[in-house]
Every structure is written in structure tokens, then in C-alpha cells.
Design a protein around this ligand. Structure first.
Ligand code: S3P
Length: 451
């Protein structure tokens, strides 16, 4: 299918226990969240933005193609270096064809935020996974700015958006903790006169706010009662092109890190990983579970905190993971569940309703996959409960990845510890976020291979 980035024939892959521990020092690809934002803000800035370390996964390449279709000029200079010649806020041109964001919720929702206050019409679609995901969460606030949408049943893609001609600034309280919704509203606020405010009862990743400031916009952040934030952006800032160094993606590093924790005798260092506190929930969980992980050489790069992460294998114990932590580690539950399956005792991961609307229904996908590998697992409302025996489960499952890169990588990692290999039905989706995953892991001593 032309608008589906996954290869038409699936690529099954198997993971078996390696004969030796994992060892080595690596870098993982650049942060996907930051990469999308760098391309989009670069497109809205005046001048040339130079980006280093952009992840060249399918999701981010789809965003690059979309900003180009809107009149910017994003081009690769090789090796993760990109330049974006921006057109300025308000300068978007009407795209001649569908904008296809592939598998990427972030690409689609943030771009729709920008489109919502530009007086052009665009048609947006994505792959089979993205076309199933809810867009009502951004359609609703963007309507309040004055944008108009025609969507499929349940506010699904493909949709048509006509951006507001005279946008009205809004104050919007997030009904779900979502950095994508927050970012869509803040980005819509850029081409809107006056002040646009988002109230988030639970803090979510703040890359948009940080990068807007980096480009010269005024963003005010006030704490509110209960730990949330009130974030205000002033409309019509002059965004000035600014260089961006994208740190390694902590959500990608998580797979390598947990592989090192569960393959006996392993020691792996991952250099240059983003450790933004609003992305670091997984590291807290792993410490509570007794993992031997260290942050080395902590520093700041391009406005984001960065460290080298060292992980050594060891015994893990179960933990009770509070719902409040979920927004700070929302993408890490698939891989945390694999660690929990290898731990001693019960791990309860609470408050995971949002996992049902990711690239797949991750709550079901994790539970079904773990059960097929012989683990004791249950879903209780929005909680996921995994009972570990102090060692890996038997393995042997064939995992349905459902166009979900993180489900694919999580179960491959589990297969490095189980007695019987774990197989996934399609490794294709891994290329959306972590190009080169298989080769990088195999270079550390993993045994991922065809059947
Ligand atoms: C992201 C926000 C999260 C996350 C996604 C990336 C972002 O989604 O799951 O992978 O870059 O803003 P939600 O905002 O839907 O929670």
C-alpha cells in the first residue's frame, strides 16, 4: 500500500539466548520526540536551522516530507545532520497532496496543531495503526481556535483540516496527560494573536516548551496546585533559526539497557542519552527493582540534560509502580514488563489507560505476548500485574507485533533471556524509531536472527 511504510511482506525475527554476556559501549539513535519538533520548529523559523543527531527513522522522515510539502526545505546532509530552511510562522503553503505521517502519532498530532491556525486546507493520513488512533483529542481544542475538520467516524484519519483564518487564543485544560495534545495546542498558539494557555494537571515531556524558548519564543510556565503546570505561549513570536543537537533517545536506550540487566554477566554503556526528568520514570522504577544502573558524565547538551548510562546484569525484584509516574515513562511499559517478567516477585504497573491507544493496544499486546511466553500476567482494569519467579519465563511465544515497534523490540529483548527463543511476526516496524536496532544489539553480543 502506497501510504503504509511497513514493507508489504512482514519480516519475522527470532531472539535466542546468547552464549556470552552482552558487552560494549554504544550510542542509540537520536530522540524521536525532539527530532520531530526540530523539523517542525525549524520549518516555522526564519533562517536555516542546523540539526545534528536527527533520528532517521521512518516516523521522522515522514515529518520531514510533510514540512517540505508545506513549503519548508528540510534536507539531509548525511549522518543525522540536517538543515531546515524555514518559512516563518504563517508562511505555510497548501500541500498539493495528502500528508502521510506513516506510523507516527506525534508527527500527525503536532503537525495538525500547526495546520489548525494556518488558513490552508490539508488532508492528513497515516498507516493502518495511525488510522485507528483517536484524533478527537486534538480536533476538540483546535476547533476552539476556529479550525474546521472533516474526519472519519470516531475522529480517525484520514481527515481534512482547514485552519482558522482568524484564530482565537484559548485556555485549555488537558483531559488526558498527553505531551502530543499539549504540544498541538502550543503550536497552534504560535500563529494566534495573544496568549494561548495549556493547563496540565500531570506534567508531561516538555521538549516543545524547551525548544520554543531555544528559538526565541516567550513561554511562561507556572506550577499549579497538585504538581501540574500552566503553560502560556505568546502568539506571533519571531522564531529565529537555532542549532539543535539531538540527544540519544532514552526510549530507545531502554531496550538495550534492560537487555543488559537480564542477560547474566552483561555490562553495557550507552553514551549520550537524554535524561530529561520528564522522560526518566523508567530509571526510577529500575532502581527500585534493584537494578545496577549508573548515570555517568552528566551534562547539558542543546538545552537538554544528557548522560552516559551504564547497566550491569543482576537480580531484579518486583515493584509497585504508581500511576502518577506513567506520563514520565509512557513509552517504557512494554520493556519494563519484560524486566518484571524476569524479576523476583510481583510488579504492579498502575494507571495504564493511555497504553490502549498507542501504536497498538499495548496493554493487551504485552499481556498476550507474556502469557504466550509462559509468564504469569494479568490486566486488572488499567493496571498490569506481572508475577516473576526470579528468573526469565520459559519463552517460546510467537508475538503479534501489530505495527508496533516497541512491542517488537520488547519481546526480542525478552528472548535474549528465555530458555526457548521468542519470535516476532514482523520486525519491520522497528525502523520507525530505532533504525539499526538488530545490528547494534548483535554487535553487543545479542542473537537476533531470521528463522
Ligand atoms: C510523545 C508523547 C507521548 C509518547 C509518544 C511521543 C511526544 O504520546 O507516547 O511516543 O513526542 O510528544 P502522548 O502525548 O499521546 O502520551
Amino acid at each position: 500500500m502506497a501510504n503504509d511504510f511497513s514493507p508489504s511482506s512482514p519480516t519475522p525475527l527470532a531472539a535466542a539466548r546468547p552464549r556470552a554476556p552482552l558487552a560494549g559501549k554504544i550510542r542509540v539513535p537520536g530522540d524521536k520526540s525532539i527530532s520531530h519538533r526540530a523539523l517542525m520548529l525549524g520549518a516555522l523559523a526564519v533562517g536555516r536551522t542546523e540539526i545534528a543527531g536527527l533520528v532517521e527513522g521512518e516516523d521522522v522522515l515522514a515529518t520531514a516530507a510533510a514540512v517540505n510539502a508545506l513549503g519548508a526545505d528540510a534536507s539531509s546532509a548525511g549522518g543525522g545532520r540536517w538543515t531546515v530552511d524555514g518559512i516563518g510562522i504563517g508562511g505555510l503553503v497548501e500541500p498539493e497532496d495528502l500528508l502521510d505521517l506513516g506510523n507516527s502519532g506525534t508527527g500527525a498530532r503536532l503537525l495538525l496543531g500547526i495546520l489548525g491556525t494556518h488558513a490552508i486546507t490539508a488532508f492528513v493520513t497515516g498507516d493502518a495503526s495511525l488510522r485507528r488512533r483517536p484524533m478527537g483529542r486534538i480536533v476538540e481544542p483546535l476547533n476552539r481556535f476556529g479550525a474546521r475538520f472533516v474526519t472519519r467516524e470516531g475522529a480517525r484519519l484520514p481527515l481534512a483540516v482547514s485552519g482558522a483564518v482568524n484564530p482565537i487564543p484559548i485556555e485549555y485544560r488537558l483531559p488526558v496527560p498527553s505531551a502530543q495534545v499539549k504540544s498541538a495546542v502550543l503550536l497552534a498558539g504560535l500563529n494566534t494573536p495573544g496568549a494561548t494557555t495549556v493547563i496540565e494537571p500531570q506534567p508531561t515531556r516538555d521538549h516543545t516548551e524547551r525548544m520554543l524558548r531555544h528559538f526565541g519564543a516567550t513561554v511562561e510556565v507556572e506550577p499549579i496546585r497538585g504538581g501540574g503546570k500552566r503553560i502560556t505561549v505568546r502568539g506571533h513570536p519571531e522564531l529565529a533559526a537555532a542549532p539543535i543537537a539531538v540527544p540519544g533517545d532514552p526510549s530507545s536506550a531502554a531496550f538495550t539497557l534492560i537487555a543488559a540487566l537480564i542477560v547474566p554477566g552483561s555490562e553495557v554503556t550507552i553514551e549520550g542519552v537524554g535524561v530529561n526528568p520528564l522522560r526518566s520514570g523508567l530509571f526510577e522504577c529500575l532502581r527500585e527493582m534493584g537494578a545496577d544502573i549508573a548515570f555517568l558524565n552528566e551534562r547539558e547538551e542543546g538545552g537538554e540534560p544528557v548522560a552516559d548510562l551504564r547497566a550491569r546484569a543482576g537480580t531484579l525484584t518486583g515493584a509497585d509502580i504508581p500511576a502518577e509516574r506513567a506520563p514520565r515513562m509512557i513509552d517504557e511499559y512494554p520493556i519494563l514488563a519484560m524486566a518484571a517478567a524476569c524479576a523476583h516477585g510481583r510488579t504492579i504497573m498502575r494507571g495504564l489507560a493511555e497504553l490502549r491507544v498507542k501504536e497498538s493496544d499495548r496493554l493487551s499486546a504485552i499481556a498476550a505476548g507474556l502469557a504466550s511466553c509462559g509468564a504469569r500476567v494479568a490486566v486488572d482494569g488499567d493496571n498490569l500485574i506481572v508475577d516473576g519467579d526470579g528468573g526469565p519465563p520459559a519463552g517460546g511465544g510467537l508475538i503479534a507485533t501489530q505495527l508496533d515497534h516497541r512491542i517488537a523490540m520488547a519481546f526480542l529483548v525478552l528472548g535474549l533471556a528465555t530458555r526457548t527463543p521468542v519470535r516476532i511476526d514482523d520486525a519491520g516496524p522497528i525502523a520507525t524509531s530505532f533504525p539499526g536496532f538488530t545490528a547494534l544489539m548483535n554487535a553487543l553480543g545479542a542473537t537476533f536472527g531470521g528463522e
